[in-house]
Design a protein around this ligand. Sequence first.
Ligand SMILES: [Zn+2]
Length: 251
Amino acid sequence: MNDDQLLRYSRHILLPQLGIEGQEKFRRAHALVVGAGGLGSPVALYLAAAGVGTLTICDGDAVDLTNLQRQIVHRSDAIGVSKAASARQTLATINPEVKVNALAERVTGARLEELVAGSGIVLDCSDNFATRHAINRACVAHRKPLVSGAGVRFDGQVAVFDLREAQSPCYHCLFPEHGDNEDMRCAVMGVFAPLVGIIGATQAAEALKLIAGIGESLNGRLLLLDSLAMEWRTVRLERDPACAVCGERSF
Ligand SMILES: [Zn+2]
C-alpha cells in the first residue's frame, strides 16, 4: 500500500479487527452486485469507498427520473444512461482505484453462472424473484457466499447464505419458488427512500465482514425491518433437507 492508500483507508486500518491485512483482503476481493437500483446504490458506494478492488455491477435498466429519489448512486444528468454505466461513473469519482465492470444487461442463465463463478462474493440487489432464484442457484452450484436484500414500502429484509458452509440454508430453503406472479415490483410500489439505504448498507457491511473474515455474519438469520416502527426482528433460518436447490448437495 502506498502513502495515499494508507491515508485513504486509515480509519479501517485503525480498526484492530481489520488493519492493513483486512484492507488488503478488500483490495484483492471481487464482488458481484446484481442490480444498481435502490439496494445496489448504497452497496456499490460503500464497497467502492471501502476499497473493494473489483466490482462487477449488472443492471439492464436505464436511469429514469423516478429512480433518483432513492437510487443514490445515480445523478440527475444520468437520466437515460444505463444504470451500470451511471454507477461506474459515480464510483470513479469516489474511488478511482476500484475497477468497475459495468454490464448493462439483465444477467441470467449461463452468463450469470459465469459471473458468479468468477467472483468471490455475490450481492443480490435485484427486484424480482426470477433473478433472485437464478442468483441463488448459481451461488449454491459454485459455493459462493450470497448477501441478499429486499425492500418495498417501509419494509425490508436482509440475510446471508454462506454457501461455502455445508449446513447453510439457501434462499430457496426460505422462499420456495412459485413462479413470477408473486413479484411485488417496486416499479409500481411505493418505496421509502432511506429504507433501501439501510438495507443496502447492511448488505455492504455483511459483505465486508465476510471478505475480511471478521465478526459473526448473518448466515442462518433473516433480519426483518419495519422502518415505520423502526423495529428489527430476527428469524433463525434452517436448511431444508428437501430443498430442490441445495438439498442434493454432497459435501
Ligand atoms: Zn436450499
